[in-house]
Design a protein around this ligand. Structure first.
Ligand code: NAD
Length: 494
């Protein structure tokens, strides 16, 4: 991949984005559209269908019809596998186009997008394609006069609501296992990152997925997302996004058909640095990357740096140096390490968080403001705030931007107390040479994911999910299949 290939695509015209319902590209039922702005320069990229409740209902009805007549679930596993593998191949074949389109839409740096978006989506789809005929039922060890079969059945219609950071990667985490198990899917992409996701939905049709099995409706969460949540005909709702929306989805389920709801929510993940870390320079570099790549718009971002007091000042200075060395710039430049903020609204929210942090007694050690205004886009300097009290806003609330909150500690017990003093529990890390301490911290810090002497590891075989208000259920790995299957037991008298 070289820069000239990316540059050739950077100004390509983008078609008007329609819904995909029952295998057909269709506009909103009332013809409404919304503008799609690029965070790179604040200009309009295209327009997309502003979905209505009727559009969402039509997509759910198409998914239900496709499920009920068995056009997908009824196919032999080997046939479903072939389609999914073809889909992954097509995504890979269009990887560059997909990555550039995604960056123009959501602002991620291209080097990261190439790795984390089409490549990751293709790998996820292959993983579940290969798994689908290796996951099957059981015979229970009951008494001899009965035979009890435990079937694994698809659930039916899966509704998937996707956030704007990493739409292909996260979209594939939901679509691939759901489709592999034979379900039909209705997708609701985020308002500010729909385009590349809609393109892979089109590629699924090209790969041979029968019409109606995978549908997608664009538009506002509060309209089409809510309609999905309130539907009587969606069996499982899978979501990645903010806690506020997650709360609403649980309410929607309660007010409608008690659908199962799986929530992958935010975090305020602690990156805990002990003075005995094996390599403090490496720890500082990884800590900077762990919060500033993709401008901090990463659910598992290490947004709280919890540092042993004896090394605090030197370590913070080292993290600041590492952050300054990460190049901010044009997200479509392969050398850029920190891209754009997804929207003007998110940028304003990030800046307000920093001001609040300073007003509550934090000190600015790096950044703090908007940069590259001449582009017309939304860019923010990597920002470090020190002296952040554990109960203050910057310790308690997810910014979802390039803002690192630093809090010192004196001993292991205090480090654990600070780490656990939020409602979240997504990820965390401990840096130490002491094996016993590393294991104690893994047990004591309340998260779904812990790292030791590293940060941000990712592999399709490893489940990802949080505890507390970071959500429930797991994406990735074979464990994710449980969300998309029902167990049915059958008693046979012998
Ligand atoms: P968001 O909750 O604002 O939006 C997510 C999706 O929900 C969008 O598609 C949006 O249109 C939809 N939505 C909004 N209101 C809705 C409503 N009333 N009903 C139904 N749907 C609605 O979140 P976001 O800002 O797009 O995403 C960022 C958040 O996602 C952060 O909190 C981040 O930590 C989290 N996240 C978590 C993970 C994880 O795996 N745990 C991964 C990535 C992002």
């Amino acid at each position: 991949m070289d820069q000239s290939q990316i540059d050739a695509l950077r100004s390509a015209s983008v078609a008007v984005q329609l819904h995909l319902i029952g295998g057909k590209a269709v506009p909103a039922s009332d013809g409404a559209t919304m503008e799609v702005l690029s965070p790179l320069d604040g200009r309009a990229l295209t327009t997309m269908a502003r979905g209505t409740v009727a559009d969402m209902d039509a997509a759910i009805a198409a998914a239900r019809a496709a499920f009920d007549d068995g056009r997908w679930a009824g196919q032999p596993p080997a046939a479903r596998k072939k389609v999914l593998l073809r889909w992954a191949d097509l995504i890979e074949r269009h990887a560059l186009e997909l990555a550039v389109l995604g960056v123009r839409d959501n602002g991620t740096e291209i080097a990261m997008a190439l790795k984390a978006e089409p490549a990751s989506a293709a790998a996820t789809i292959r993983y579940y394609a290969e798994a689908l005929d290796k996951v099957y039922g059981e015979i229970a060890p009951t008494q001899g006069d009965v035979l009890v079969l435990i079937h694994k059945e698809p659930v039916g219609v899966v509704g998937a609501i996707i956030p704007w950071n990493f739409p292909l990667m996260i979209g594939a985490w939901k679509m691939a296992p759901a489709l592999a198990m034979g379900n039909s899917v209705v997708l609701k992409p985020a308002e500010t990152a729909s385009l590349s996701l809609m393109r892979i939905v089109e590629l699924a049709q090209e790969a041979g997925l029968p019409a109606g099995v995978l549908n997608a409706v664009t538009g506002e969460g509060a309209v089409v997302g809510a309609a999905m949540g309130l539907s009587m005909d969606v069996d499982v709702l899978v979501f990645t996004g903010s806690g506020g929306t997650g709360r609403k989805l649980l309410e929607y389920a309660a007010r409608s058909n008690l659908k199962r709801v799986y929530l992958e929510l935010g975090g305020k993940s602690p990156n805990i640095i002990f003075a005995d870390a094996p390599d403090l320079a490496e720890a500082a570099k990884v800590a900077a990357a762990g919060i500033f790549r993709n401008a901090g718009q990463v659910c598992v971002a290490g947004s709280r740096l919890v540092v042993e007091m004896s090394i605090h000042d030197d370590f913070v200075a080292e993290v600041a140096r590492a952050a300054t060395a990460m190049r901010m710039g044009d997200p479509l430049d392969l050398g850029t390490a920190i891209g754009a903020i997804n929207s003007a609204q998110q940028l304003a929210q990030n800046l307000a968080f920093v001001q609040k942090g300073l007003a509550e007694g934090g000190q600015l050690a790096l950044g703090g403001g908007q940069v590259m205004q001449d582009t017309g886009g939304y860019f923010m300097a990597p920002t470090i705030v020190t002296g952040v009290a554990p109960q203050s806003t910057l310790s308690q609330h997810e910014v979802f931007g390039p803002v690192l909150a630093v809090t010192p500690f004196e001993n292991e017990a205090e480090a654990i107390q600070i780490a656990n003093a939020t409602v979240y529990g997504l990820a965390g890390a401990v840096w130490t040479s002491n094996l016993g301490r590393a294991h104690r911290m893994i047990r004591a810090v309340r998260t779904g994911v812990m790292h030791v002497n590293t940060y941000g590891g990712a592999d399709g075989t490893v489940p990802l999910g949080g505890v507390g208000q970071s959500g429930n259920g797991q994406d990735k790995s074979l464990h994710a299949l449980e969300k998309y299957t029902n167990l049915k037991t059958a008693w046979i008298k012998l």
